[in-house]
Each structure stands twice: as C-alpha cells, then as structure tokens.
Design a protein around this ligand. Structure first.
Ligand code: 4AZ
Length: 844
C-alpha cells in the first residue's frame, strides 16, 4: 500500500483542517497582491514554504501511523549450528543443568549479537536453546528457536535474512573475539506455521537417550486407551550414542487422513528444521506396510501436531540405536544373477547416505539391472537432473517414481551403481535385480523390449503395454478382433468407445456418438441435440442427459438419469450421494453416509493380489456350517448383507435357502484364522430376489439378516448402496474381492484376494456373452484375460470408488463363462436396479 495515500484516507480530520487553513490565505485577494509589490511576494513565499512543511509533516505522520497499522505476525525460526570450540559434556543433555544453562546463555547472547547486525533485528523478540548434542571432535551442536514479530508485509525479507544466517554468522566471526563461541554449519529456516498454531493448548516434550540393546517405546498421548488429544503439540527428542544412528519403527499408525489437521513429522535434527525434515505422515498405515525411519546421525526428532477436529487412536513406535555402518549400503555383487536394495527397504532409507555397489558378472557377458520397485520422490526434485536423492549408473541418473519395467544395461561385465540421498525428505528407495546376459542374445526364448526388458513372447501384440514402453505393441499386424490405431498400435475391438483412450491417440474413442455432426451432442437415449443446448437448463434430449454433469446443479424433471432427493425433487448432478456436497435442498443426498470408507488403502509398496487386512471391511465370507466357505457377501449395515441369489438355492441335500445352514464371517482376512476383530454370526433370514431366474441368472441377488447386529468398526464397515440413477461409467475401474478360486477349476484362496477390472460396455458385453446380458446385469473384467472373479467369489462385492474415495456397491458377483478367459468378462448383478427392493426389505 502507498503510505501517503493511506495517510490521507486515515486522517480525514486533518484533511478538513488543511482545507480551512487554505481559506485564510491572504493570497486569495489578488488586488492586494498587485498593490504592495515585492513585500507581499516574500510573505506569500514564506506562506507557501510553511504550507509545504505542514503538508510534509502531516504526510510523514500519516505514513508513520499507517506503518503501525500493518498487522504484525509472529514468525518462529528454527536453527542448528555446530560450536567448534566447545567439548560436549553429558550435562548438556539435561536442560536443567547449570552447564546447559551456562552454554545456552552464551549461545543466546551471541545469537542476539548476530541478529543485531541484520536489518531485521528490530523485529527480533527472543530465542531459546532447545537442545545440545555431540558435534564430532571437540564440538557441540546447538538447536534453537528464534521468535520475531514482523509486519506481515516484511515476512519475506525476514525469511530471506534468516535463511542466509550462515553468511551473517561467518561475516561476524571474521572479527570474533577470543572467548566467543565459534559457529559453523548453520542451518536455519521458518518453522511450519501449523506447528506454531495459536490454537495449540497442550504442549508436551519427551527426551530419550537410547543405550545399546535398549528399545524405547514412543507413543501418542493416551495410546492405546484413548485417542490423542485435540489441539496439541508433542515432541520427542531422541538421541543415540556417538557414532550411532536412531531407528524408529512404527507398529501402529492411525491418524486422521488429512495432514492439514493431524500429522507427525520426523526430523534428522533435534529441532523442527524444514531442511532436515525426513517425512510427514498422517492417515493409516497397515502393520504389513512397514513404516520405519533411520537418522543420518545420533539425533532424531518426532513431532505430533493435532487440531480440534476428530482425534484418532494415534501411533506407537519402537526406537533403538543401530551402528553407523549400515548394512546393505553398497558392496561387491558377483555371480550371474542377484538382488540388492536401498538400506532399510521396503521402508525408508536414511538421509545423507551414499552407497556404491560394484556388480561383476562372468567374463564375456553383459550386465543389466531391473528396478522392480523404485520410489525416490521428494519435493523440489527435478526428475530430469535428479540433484537430490538419486541412483546413478554410468551417466544415467534416475529419481522419482519409476515403473517396474525400468531396466539399465551396460556393454560390459561390470557395472557400478551409486545411490545418494540428500539431507531432506526420504522415500522407500528401490529393490533391484541384476542379471548377466549374452551380448548376442539378451532375451533367450522371450521378447526383448526396447527398454531391454524381456517379456513372455505371447504378450506381444496383445493390446497391452507389457514392456512399459509399448515396444511389444509396435509393428503388429492387427487381427480381425482388433482395431488399428492411427499410431500403428492394435487394440481389442471391445475397447472401442468405452470412454478410455486405449490407443493413446484417441482413435478408439473417435466417431462414437451416433450424431453425425460434430456440432451435435449425443444424448444417452440416442437423440441428437445441438451441442450448445448442453447445460442450458432445458431438457432438450428428453432424458435430461444434456443437463447432467453441468457445473451448476439444477432442479430438473425426474428422469432415469437425475437423482431423486427425499423431498421428491430431482437434481441434475451425476452421483451426488455422499460426495461431501449438499446438493438436494433437504440435504438428503448427504444422509446415511457412514459407509464405503476404509481405513487401509492399497499402498504403493504392497503389491500382488492379496488384500491388506481391513482393506475391504464390507467383505463377508459365507460358510455352510461344517463345510467352510461357499460364497461372498457385502455388509450394508449392522444387520444386513447382500449376496447372490444363486448362492441360496436349495441343491439336493443342502438347504442353502435356510438361514440356519449358514454362518457369516465378518472382518475375516484369512480363511480358518479368526482374528480379534473377526465376528461370526448366524442368520435370522434369507431373502432371495423373487424374480431370480435359475436358468438365466437374471435378478441374481439376495439379502441376509444377521441373527444379531454387529458393532461396526475398522474391520467391519458397510459399503454404500448406489442410488437407482447412479452411473458407473464404462471403462471405469472397479475392484473385485473374494476367497474364490485363483484359476478356473482351481481351489479357493486362503487370504482374501483383490483385483482391479474395468466396467465393460453393455452392448459389447452382450455380443461377447451370446446375448445373455439383461439390464439387471453389469459386466466387468479385463478382456485380454487373466483377471476375473471365479467360483467361490459369487455373492461378493464389485466395489466402485465414488468421489472422495468412498466405495459403492456396483455389482454382486454372479456368473461368467469360465474364469479369466479372453473376451469373457465377469457378469455381476447391477445393484442400482435393486435399490428400491433393498430399501423395501431392509430399510437401508
Ligand atoms: C462361480 O461359479 C463363478 N468369471 C463366479 C464368477 C465367475 C465365474 C464363475 C466370473 O461362482
């Protein structure tokens, strides 16, 4: 803001006085001026000078006051530096000791002197020494916090001044006095403002020093008996003996999912310095997904910050000291094949580490390395130059996240692999496999991709990018079942017009609408209307499809596509249920939304098909008493399950239709292994759909009522039922889960399995399945084969992610032509078609 301008605005009274003084000016009488000659001119000149002086004074005052009106903000900076002319004493670990206080006072004095040499000193309030640690030979590291009250518009100047503290300290020291402390390695910067929130009421600090063989447990306040407190800041200062590192391993981690609210941070320091932040975490980590951190030296800081919203169970971690020499960091690798990984993989590598692997394969062969997992992401990293954490082979640098098809080869039998991490942010690193290959035949019996990967030859030209660089799909002659993309790729015909750009150049999604003109919009009912009629508030199509998905949610006539609110008004938003936005006037689209969320989501690291425990908390295993698992089912509230009608049809001797023959296992992960959270229930009633057709599998859905309600929780939780008008778009990704056969004719899985498939176009599916698909069915699968539901999965959920990751029950596993065959998708009962029947029978 311009200070003068604001001065005028803020001092209207002065302005009035100014105007009145102008009226008294004798110069207003021009005749007088003429008569008296030069004498009057002098007076006039004096008056003008006075006028200017007063104007300047007022302006200056106004500016002064306006400066004081700029609100001040509190800025907290953290820093650490090495004092190279002090020897560390154990007393320095105790802030109550005389020695600590003495050295702290000297540090603060000198710190204040240092700030006094900067233009930001006028904003300086005070500093506090947080801790000391060993700094190597004859030196001590000091960790401190400095507070400033700075006008909001000067914040950046202050940030810059503090960030360049090392320069200021060095300049100051060239003129240092004999008994001054000598500072080096200054690291400083602003503290994250969430950690200095004014709402924080509860501050706690714990300090531990790990001894050899000792394991220290750190846990969030109240753990495990109560959730962590609201509006709190807790820090754990952790130390190890010199020449050791700290390892912190979380065995429980359950925080709010939104890091803006509650989060932990791990620092490679004893004070919260951004430049030495190793990681920030929130949400839930599954016990099988290891979360552990290793420091670069003998200190580590853990902080927990919470706000006033929702408090979760919290965390527990074990802290121990490990030798500085860390295992798995580099070395010589020889032989024809072998594996290696970053230290602490699959958990986080330490900061400031450098590992060199020297690979040597038999003479005459060449060597290649395939990175099966590669996670090296960090804020501020450029993925072309990779200057922060990286892997280097010859001149090739790799960083960021890379696909498992990343292969690097050298034309030699020797390869040097270097891995380096910098002082901030750590990730999980890589696991890699090296292998020798014949220079003349790099992929014996298999297909060689351009990126040097070798893949099964049968995967060539199958429409799938198996190499990762598409080289297995180039130069193919398309089969009659495939379409030729403009870019020369071949893709299965069934992928045409499914809403997914499979070709990469959109060939498969062109000319999909029935309307000829490019200016026309193709309605869902096949009508053509002018494209500019879309979202004009009028139902031009006749089925409202031109008014769906518009940014403005409108009340529209009720059709098959519009969502019906409880007050019978229909709105134009697609899938508005439980999306966090109140779209209906009566708010009914956001009621009964305690569903479809899950504590664990599949992470980047746990691969494979086995689900995580608790990842699908609505999945049920239905057992016939005495004979084990038969079908799957889904929890829709604390009393009701949805399954397939074909699971509950009497069959010879077994009365599957009778509730007493069944037992339902809720919260089960491994067949035959009841966990603490698993609940077994008998059934009160079984209600198959009245129109279930045993021959066509039409209306293949049934309801089951438990004999008593279950307590809902982390591992037992309902899935959301979609509204009748909910749209599961073709090409959309959905999940199937179950303990069914892992291949056609095979036996069932012990651990709950999961697989991702796509919704398939209804017409295409009907063609593929010999015209057996009714509107009560929905098809999903992977048309190249290999992924599908199978025997034993029946009755289980087809889960589709809605907005905000909430899961909706799109289908119930029903039938198929074998399992996982090419061009034979899985067929599911379309739950939207049964929404009112479910409501009628269960009230859900
Ligand atoms: C079954 O027999 C079954 N491929 C379930 C699903 C599928 C096939 C068979 C779909 O329960």
């Amino acid at each position: 803001m311009d200070p003068l301008e604001s001065g005028m605005r803020y001092n209207p009274k002065r302005q009035d006085a100014w105007e009145s003084s102008v009226q008294f000016l004798p110069a207003s009488n021009s005749k007088d001026l003429e008569k008296k000659g030069p004498g009057r001119k002098v007076i006039l000149a004096i008056l003008v000078v006075i006028f200017i002086i007063i104007a300047l004074a007022i302006g200056l005052l106004a500016w002064h006051f306006s400066r004081h009106n700029v609100p001040k903000v509190r800025r907290v900076y953290s820093g650490s530096m090495r004092i190279t002319n002090q020897e560390f004493m154990d007393y320095y670990e105790n802030p109550e000791s005389v020695q600590f206080k003495g050295l702290a006072m000297d540090v603060l004095q000198q710190l204040s002197n240092t700030y006094s040499k900067t233009p930001v000193y006028k904003y300086y309030k005070n500093s506090t020494v947080q801790a000391f640690s060993e700094g190597g030979a004859q030196s001590v590291v000091v960790y401190y916090l400095s507070e400033f009250d700075v006008p909001a518009d000067k914040k950046e100047d202050l940030d810059n001044a503090v960030a360049s503290m090392s320069k200021i300290v060095n300049q100051g020291q060239s003129r240092r006095k004999m008994n001054n402390l000598h500072f080096e390695n200054v690291v400083s910067g602003a503290v994250d403002t969430r950690m200095t929130r004014s709402t924080i009421q509860d501050r706690q600090r714990f300090s531990y020093h790990c001894q050899d063989g000792q394991v220290i447990t750190v846990q969030s306040p109240g753990f495990p008996n109560s959730p962590y407190p609201a509006n709190s800041y807790t820090e754990w200062l952790l130390r190890a003996d010199p020449n050791h590192r700290l390892k912190m391993e979380f065995d429980t981690f359950n925080l709010e999912n939104h890091c803006g609210n509650d989060f932990i941070r791990v620092y490679d320091s004893l004070v919260a310095i951004e430049k030495q932040l190793m990681a920030e975490k929130c949400g839930v980590y599954h016990p099988t997904e290891p979360l552990s951190f290793i420091s670069s030296g003998n200190v580590m800081l853990l902080t927990l910050v919470t706000n006033g919203e929702k408090n979760f169970p919290g965390f527990r971690a074990q802290v121990s000291q490990i030798p500085m020499e860390i295992s798995g960091c580099g070395g010589t690798l020889s032989g024809a094949k072998g594996i290696f990984a970053t230290p602490n993989f699959p958990s986080y590598y330490p900061p400031l580490i450098k590992c060199n692997w020297n690979i040597q394969v038999p003479e005459g062969k060449y060597v290649k390395v395939q990175f099966k997992k590669f996670l090296m992401s960090e804020a501020g990293q450029s993925y072309t130059t990779c200057l922060k954490d990286f892997v280097q082979i010859n001149t090739t640098r790799l960083c960021g996240e890379r696909s498992p098809s990343t292969v690097v080869s050298v034309k030699s039998n020797k390869m040097a692999v270097l891995f380096e991490s910098d002082m901030s942010y750590v990730d999980r690193g890589f696991s890699a496999e090296f292998e020798a290959f014949e220079p003349t035949d790099p992929c014996p019996g298999t297909f060689k991709c351009q990126n040097d990967m070798c893949i099964n030859s049968a995967l060539r030209c199958d429409g799938w990018n198996d190499c990762g660089d598409n080289s297995d799909e180039r130069n193919c002659v398309c089969e009659s079942t495939q379409i030729q993309c403009k870019n020369s790729l071949c893709k299965p015909k069934f992928w045409q017009c499914d809403g997914v750009n499979d070709c990469g150049d959109n060939t498969d999604e062109e000319n999909c609408g029935v309307c000829q003109s490019a200016e026309d919009f193709t309605c869902k009912n096949g009508n053509c209307v002018s494209a500019n009629k879309k979202c004009d508030g009028q139902d031009d199509c006749g089925d409202n499809s031109d008014e769906m998905g518009c940014s403005r949610v409108a009340v529209v006539p009720c059709t098959e596509l519009s969502y019906k609110c409880k007050n019978n008004q229909c709105i134009s938003k697609q899938n508005p249920e439980c999306d966090g936005v109140k779209d209906c006037e009566d708010g009914s689209d956001e009621t009964n939304c305690e569903c479809g969320t899950r504590p664990y989501k599949s992470s980047r690291i746990v691969g494979g098909q086995a689900a995580l425990e608790g990842e699908w908390p609505w999945q049920v295993s239905l057992h016939i008493k005495g004979s084990g698992h038969v079908c799957g089912a889904s929890i829709i509230n604390n009393r009701w399950l949805v399954t397939a009608a074909h699971c509950v049809q009497d069959d010879g001797g077994t009365k599957y239709s009778q509730p007493q023959v069944w037992e339902a296992y809720l919260g089960l992960h491994v067949q035959g292994k009841m966990a603490e959270t698993t609940v077994k229930r008998n059934l009160k009633q079984v209600i198959p759909h009245p129109f279930y057709n045993d021959y066509t599998y039409d209306n293949d859905i049934a309801l089951m009522e438990l004999d008593s309600p279950v307590t809902l929780g982390q591992n037992i939780w309902p899935i959301c039922l979609p509204a009748e008008t909910h749209d599961f778009p073709v090409g959309g990704n959905v999940w199937i889960t179950g303990w069914g056969a892992t291949r056609e004719g095979g036996s069932g899985a012990t651990i709950l399995q999961k697989a991702e498939v796509r919704i398939i176009n209804q017409t295409v599916c009907d063609q593929l399945m010999n015209a057996q698909i009714t509107s009560r069915m929905i098809c999903a699968g992977v048309l190249s084969g290999g992924v599908d539901a199978c025997q034993g999965d029946s009755g289980g959920p087809l889960s589709a992610s809605g907005s905000q990751g909430r899961m909706f029950l799109a289908g119930v596993v029903s039938w198929g032509d074998g399992c996982a065959r090419r061009n034979k998708p899985g067929i599911y009962s379309r739950v939207t078609k049964f929404r009112s029947w479910i409501k009628e029978k269960t009230g859900v």
